[in-house]
Design a protein around this ligand. Structure first.
Ligand SMILES: Nc1nc2c(ncn2[C@@H]2O[C@H](COP(=O)(O)OP(=O)(O)O)[C@@H](O)[C@H]2O)c(=O)[nH]1
Ligand SMILES: [Mg+2]
Length: 243
């Protein structure tokens, strides 16, 4: 692909054969007329996900496929996609169809607006009406409240999978499993500005969630302590000048 790409859309997938083809087509339709690429990162799925995406490339020239040889988790998949990306600007969304591709142009417009703050690194989606089971909505609301109170990241929904951000800003962040849930706090730690934007959320039509409540809770206690430490150990030079 010779022409410079302005936006790279990254979708991590693990066993999402049921909806992945429709989602890829939907993303391309939502961004028609723009210069973009779509990178699905298959994390060693055991179902038809990879074969279906490989076959789809004939139809969708913007589609690229990156594969992990061993399952390494959603955060690592997002990182692998962003490392492979050709554009300076990234959009991410979940690969199960719960994030609406039609929201991407709006987040992009917000990010690229003329009066955007110079240090803006991310416009993050906020799911105001989550299409998830009640227990998940409840535990997520409590977890978001605790995290926001402790980290002061101002995020009502830090783990929303839909966001537009600078590739360089993301790649400067420390990688750890589940870091994709802490991007507001980690980007603020590096002195970047972030903004939030309400986005749609859809119920899962195919497959099942890869996370259970207990597993998510265990990881979040451990990770919250880790991010608290990272934030407490950061120092801000407030500006770097070549002298
Ligand atoms: N690459 C990769 N993607 C994953 C993994 N686990 C979940 N995902 C993807 O991350 C997205 C969100 O996961 P999901 O299970 O729907 O989480 P939920 O919406 O919070 O229940 C989906 O696109 C999944 O396919 C994983 O281990 N590796
Ligand atoms: Mg989901």
């Amino acid at each position: 692909m010779g022409q410079a790409v302005e936006l790279s859309v990254i979708a991590p997938v693990f066993n999402e054969a049921g909806g992945v083809v429709a989602l890829a087509r939907e993303i391309c339709a939502a961004l028609e007329g723009r210069s973009f690429e779509v990178i699905f990162v298959d994390d060693a799925s055991g179902d038809e996900t990879r074969a279906l995406l490989t076959g789809l490339r004939r139809d969708l020239p913007q589609l690229r496929l990156v594969g992990h040889r061993r399952n390494a988790g959603q955060s690592r998949a997002i990182r692998s996609g962003i490392l492979a990306a050709r554009a300076p600007l990234i959009a991410t969304l979940d690969g199960d169809g719960q994030n609406d591709p039609a929201d991407i142009p709006r987040l992009l417009q917000r990010f690229l607006r003329a009066d955007a703050p110079h240090a803006l690194a991310m416009v993050a989606g906020q799911r105001t009406k989550r299409a998830d089971p009640q227990i998940k909505r409840l535990t997520s609301r409590v977890a978001n409240g605790v995290r926001r109170a402790i980290l002061g990241d101002g995020a009502a929904d830090s783990a929303c999978g839909l966001r537009v951000m600078r590739r360089d800003a993301f790649l400067q962040l420390p990688y750890f499993d589940h870091m994709h849930r802490y991007l507001p706090a980690l980007l603020r730690r590096d002195g970047w500005a972030i903004e939030f934007c309400e986005v749609n959320h859809r119920s899962r039509q195919h497959g099942q969630s890869k996370y259970d409540t207990l597993g998510r809770l265990r990881a979040s206690v451990r990770d919250l302590l880790g991010v608290m430490w990272l934030v407490s150990r950061a120092r801000d030079p407030i500006g770097i000048d070549e002298l």
